[in-house]
Design a protein around this ligand. Structure first.
Ligand code: SF4
Length: 433
């Protein structure tokens, strides 16, 4: 996961660039970076850590009428390259499956590599083009995988989304400014109106606070990442025309219809289970309440770089509310169960310690069966609870009274997209691209 933001405006964009990138912090918390273009060239600053914690008041002297920003789970971006088309900075989200093969091919052509990162491969492939649009198109023809990218050249921004549409990207406009971002949550407080999503395969040129489609690379296979609506995206975002909040409520309602539970209260694993839990509560007419609260100063556990750090953060972040638990039967809604260890070693222990009567767990997505090849993979197949265990075996392993997952069909219906337009590889273990 990563977040991308780009803006072109008639006035200095630095405050909007900073905030637009900040509102994508939930997509990556390990590194952040900003790059701007002004008359004296392209400047770039990257940091390890959070946007607000690492960019000081003067933002390192960045300023200009256009810029790009990045939040990352994995590596430091944007990166800067000098090419025959001039200097440029670039950042991306996704995963290049054939990266190693491409690096070998490029080395044979005489290229040297500073890192073995996806972004360096992408930048070097683009730099081979006759111009940036041609370079992006040529890059797209050689890579296998998923990407969304923004590129800042001298006086122009380019934004592109892979032809299958795996990773989201959306265009917004405000008087005198145009921007693209991974998620529309960047736009809301900045006063941008949504124009439309960047289409799968589209390459945009942005300058002088306007945008223009330069190319659309067509594909018969559309694969919007279903996990965006289940977990990844912010609840106030709209992804490819579908509100994340509504999709999550639909997922919770589908669970309540298919797997009802006679309980006293519906709670969530906050924050990402909250929309699902509200949907479950509304459909079943059982009160929703804070069974767990997320401590505001903890991080998003999924975006920690190692499993040990993810486990530690998961344990720290959730605090049970004893008054809502003691002597009561509860439904706990979560977005997914990955290994099941957090549920077993933390949540169930905390509920039992606080005198819970019965624990029903309802999971918004189907059992996870495979790692993601199209983003930053944080788990291997054999780590997944559902890889070898049945639902009943997982229930026994985590130690709850009842457990149910949404079906793939209910997942598609809750999101509101045809199943063949959704990437479902996490659950089907089949990769169409
Ligand atoms: S494999 Fe899962 S996380 Fe990866 S793109 Fe597909 S649905 Fe999204």
């Amino acid at each position: 996961m990563c977040g991308l933001f780009a803006i072109s405006a008639k006035d200095n964009i630095i405050d909007d660039l900073y905030l637009g990138t900040f509102y994508l912090q939930h997509r990556g918390q390990q590194y952040c970076g900003l790059s701007t273009f002004a008359g004296d060239g392209i400047k770039i600053r990257t940091h390890r850590g959070l946007v607000r914690a690492t960019f000081t008041d003067d933002l390192g002297g960045l300023e200009g009428l256009m810029g790009i920003g990045h939040t990352s789970l994995k590596d430091r971006q944007p990166i800067k390259l000098d090419s025959k088309m001039g200097e440029f900075t670039i950042c991306f989200e996704g995963n290049i499956i054939n990266r190693e093969t491409l690096i070998e091919e490029l080395k044979k052509q005489g290229h040297s590599f500073y890192t073995d990162s996806d972004i360096e491969v992408i930048a070097k492939l683009i730099a081979q083009g006759d111009n940036f649009v041609d370079g992006i198109e040529k890059m797209a023809g050689r890579i296998r995988g998923a990407y969304a990218l923004v590129l800042l050249a001298r006086g122009k921004i380019y934004a592109a989304r892979d032809k299958h549409g795996f990773r989201p990207m959306i265009i917004g406009r405000r008087d005198g400014a145009v921007a693209v971002t991974s998620e529309s949550c960047s736009f809301i407080n900045l006063g941008f109106e949504i124009v439309r999503d960047v289409a799968p395969g589209e390459i945009l040129e942005i300058d002088d606070s306007r945008f223009e489609t330069k190319k659309i690379i067509k594909s018969d296979i559309i694969q919007y990442c279903a996990f965006e609506w289940v977990y990844t995206a912010n609840v106030c975002s709209t992804i490819d025309g579908i509100s994340v909040d509504i999709a999550r409520r639909n997922l919770g309602a589908a669970l309540a219809k298919r797997y009802p539970a006679k309980v006293d209260v519906v709670g969530a694993v906050p924050n990402s289970g909250m929309g699902h839990a509200i949907g479950f509560a509304q459909e079943s007419k059982i009160p929703y309440d804070n069974v767990f609260v997320k401590y505001d100063y903890a991080s998003r556990s999924y975006t920690q770089p190692t499993q040990a750090e993810r486990d530690r953060e998961a344990k720290i972040k959730l605090i049970p509310v004893p008054a809502k638990i003691s002597g009561r039967s509860v439904v706990i809604c979560d977005d997914s169960i990955v290994r099941g260890t957090q549920m077993k070693n933390d949540l169930v222990v905390k509920l039992r310690k606080n005198g819970v009567k019965n624990i029903y767990v309802r999971v918004a997505c189907p059992p996870l069966k495979a790692p993601c090849l199209y983003g930053v993979a944080t788990r291997s197949k054999k780590e997944l609870a559902a890889h070898e265990k049945s639902v009943e075996q997982i229930r026994e392993y985590i130690g709850v009274d009842d457990l149910a997952f949404n079906t793939v069909e209910d997942l598609g219906q809750a999101i509101g997209k045809p199943l063949d337009q959704l990437c479902l590889s996490c659950w089907t273990d089949k990769y169409r691209v």
